[in-house]
Design a protein around this ligand. Structure first.
Ligand SMILES: [Zn+2]
Length: 219
């Protein structure tokens, strides 16, 4: 079973067409009680900045790192309607927007994983010799960037959730193919889905609104 990283097509905060920027606050630094090093914790408070004149699409740009996408009510409704499991969402507050305009803006929600984790197969991913802190999952041996990430599929509870995270390589949100099928059915706009190791292996996003469906290597 494959999982796919979810983000928005214009995900980079430096991308010229920014519809809004999601800021998740606070990204707190906590101290790991096992290895005594600081690690980042995503707080449950999101704000976003709106640039006037830009059309808001279903998946709004956000800065990387947060592990949350920012989405419209349509996306929340679609996830609910199709019985998608394992996600959580909370409303994001628009910042620096004139009061009258604020009333007319749609609600946006920070969307993330509701505590469903899996693990990479470290041996198969080429990290058989590395060691990690059991609490904060940071490298305790020398850090190396993966060339690919092979998942330990037995560590994912496929019946419990369609949303996942895994460590130690980042904080991203990953979804199953079911979620991509729903993105297609519901015609969500500006969503981006890339295979879980695309960032390291250079894979292309899934063209989920393509005329020809499913893609060739889709089960
Ligand atoms: Zn630690």
């Amino acid at each position: 079973m494959d999982i796919y990283e979810v983000s928005s097509e214009t995900a980079s905060p430096y991308f010229p067409v920014i519809h809004g920027v999601l800021i998740v606050e606070p990204i707190e630094q906590q101290m790991c009680s096992t290895c005594q090093r600081p690690f980042e914790v995503v707080g449950e408070c999101a704000t976003w900045y709106y640039k006037q004149g830009k059309r808001i699409r279903d998946f709004v740009s956000h800065s990387d790192m947060t592990g949350l996408a920012c989405v419209t009510q349509r996306v929340i409704d679609g996830l609910t309607k199709h019985g998608i499991k394992g996600w959580k969402a909370y409303e994001a507050e628009p910042r620096e927007v004139p009061r009258l305009l604020k009333l007319r803006l749609p609600k946006l929600f920070a969307l993330g994983v509701d505590n469903h984790w899996g693990k990479p197969d470290l041996e198969a991913s080429g990290f058989g010799d590395s060691t990690f802190c059991p609490e904060c999952h940071k490298f305790t041996s020398e850090y190396r960037r993966p060339e690919r990430v092979v998942l330990d599929e037995s560590s994912f509870d496929w019946d419990a959730s369609d949303f996942f995270s895994f460590r130690p390589f980042g904080h991203s949100v990953f979804v199953t193919k079911r979620v991509i099928e729903i993105a297609r059915t519901e015609r969500w706009t500006n969503a981006m889905f890339t295979k879980h190791d695309a960032r390291y292996a250079g894979g292309r996003p899934i063209d989920y609104l393509a005329k020809d469906w499913p893609p060739p290597d889709w089960d």
